[in-house]
Write a protein that binds this ligand. Structure first.
Ligand code: CTP
Length: 397
């Protein structure tokens, strides 16, 4: 249910705008108040009259409409809502958002707001796949903008592929998930995830087999419970979750800096498989084969992010959770690791090749806290994440 919730709906200029009329009905059926904004291009697809008839209120259309400014400035308009929904979010509108451009009412509202934003992109498949659009999407995701869709399918332009706007009910579900008042509302949590890449030269690097699946699932579970999540990730195989602030890094040093920059936080969950060493004196030229024999790499230690944050005297998150990926004597190694690093909890798991855990979809973990070690049964990584998120919510309550 969305009763008492206020949605500012920006309707962009795309053929999918007709679905936004149905979206308005679905949102209102669930008790939401919908304030509509129609872009100039949007007016080519749906009329202001149909939008205002369905919302029951006046449609906002122009930044320079002085009547509107006198009644409600654009700043208040963007901030009075619980959520801004852009449907359809066109390639152009997303490009403007990624650039921070504000040359019409819709882009100005999106720049002026401090309210969460949900986009329902809709565009031609080639436009969606274009590197410029993909760059903008990465930027917007990094800014914590959530997206629903687009879906694959036949498009109005006759092509097939990703680009179709999500269906109204899918958008409604995303709105409901976003506005859910979870137990972690108001809590800020930093999550590290994925491997790090430590360069040898401009074309080679040292990495590990972490897919980022467990860290991603944890970030998603925390966000679903209402937390504000800063997700600091190395080059992972799985895409980052929606609705979290994503910080992309390559090296352990960059991850350390991104985590420090994300503080203060109520909790830190350090699920990344951070490389312990980096190559010293990396070359800015590709290493070449030589008659003089094999190259020798020398290593230097990376910062230990979990340990550094756990042992902070000022600004330490109230709860610091580390992971221990071990291949033998899991409990003994993990217990020693918890003491050595100074974190509150350790989530230990056995990642020896036979377990299929590294890169797989399931995990078998032992949670080590002050109260001892708790074995959890083997379950999907999403289920591990949900259970851990619940424990974190209880600990921060
Ligand atoms: N970790 C970290 N920074 C590092 C290394 C590890 O933050 N430079 C964190 C990981 O994210 C994880 C925990 O420390 O939460 C344990 O990582 P692991 O690689 O198992 O531990 P190591 O410190 O590398 O210990 P060891 O080499 O003895 O296994």
């Amino acid at each position: 249910m969305l009763s008492g919730k206020h949605i500012l709906l920006i309707i962009g200029g795309g053929i999918a705008a007709y679905k936004s009329l149905d979206l308005i009905r679905r949102l209102r059926e669930r008790g939401a108040k919908v304030t509509p904004v129609l872009t100039r291009a949007g007016e080519e697809f749906v009329t202001p009259l149909s939008v205002s008839a369905l919302t029951g209120v006046k449609v906002f259309r122009d930044l320079f409409d002085l009547g509107d400014e006198a009644e409600m400035g654009h700043i208040q308009l963007s901030r009075a809502a619980d959520l801004l929904v852009v449907a359809p979010a066109t390639a152009d509108l997303m490009a403007k958002m990624a650039q921070g451009s504000a040359n019409d009412l819709a882009s100005t509202l999106l720049l002026a707001t401090d309210t969460p934003v949900l986009l329902a992109p809709a565009m031609n498949v080639r436009m969606w796949q274009h590197p410029a659009t993909q760059r903008n999407i990465a930027t917007l995701r990094g800014d914590g903008i959530a997206m629903v869709g687009p879906n694959d399918g036949d498009m109005a332009c006759g092509e097939f592929g990703p680009g179709r706007m999500a269906e109204p009910l899918e958008i409604v579900s995303a709105v409901e998930a976003h506005l859910a008042d979870g137990p972690l509302k108001g809590k800020r949590i930093v999550v590290t995830s994925g491997p790090t890449h430590e360069p040898i030269d401009p074309v080679r690097y040292i990495a590990n087999r972490s897919s980022g699946a467990q860290g991603t699932a944890i970030a998603r579970a925390l966000a679903a419970m209402g937390a504000e999540v800063v997700f600091v990730t190395g080059p992972a195989e799985v895409p980052p979750p929606e609705g979290v602030k994503v910080v992309l890094i390559q090296t352990a040093q960059e991850m350390m800096e991104a985590v420090e920059a994300a503080l203060p936080a109520d909790a830190g969950v350090f699920a990344a498989a951070v490389a312990d060493w980096h190559v010293e004196g990396t070359s800015d030229r590709k290493l070449k084969k030589s008659k003089d024999g094999l190259p020798t790499l020398s290593f230097a230690e990376n910062p230990d992010i979990l340990k550094t944050i756990s042992q902070r005297t000022e600004g330490r998150p109230a709860l610091v959770v580390g992971f221990a990926a071990e291949t033998n004597d899991v409990l003994a190694h993990a217990t020693a690791k918890r003491a050595r690093k100074g974190c509150d909890w350790i989530v230990a798991n056995d990642v020896s090749p036979g377990t299929g855990i590294m890169g797989g979809t399931e995990n078998t973990v032992t949670l080590i806290t002050d109260d001892g070690a708790e074995d959890w049964p083997r379950m999907g990584k999403d289920a591990v994440a949900a259970r851990l998120a619940k424990r974190i919510a209880a600990a921060l309550a």
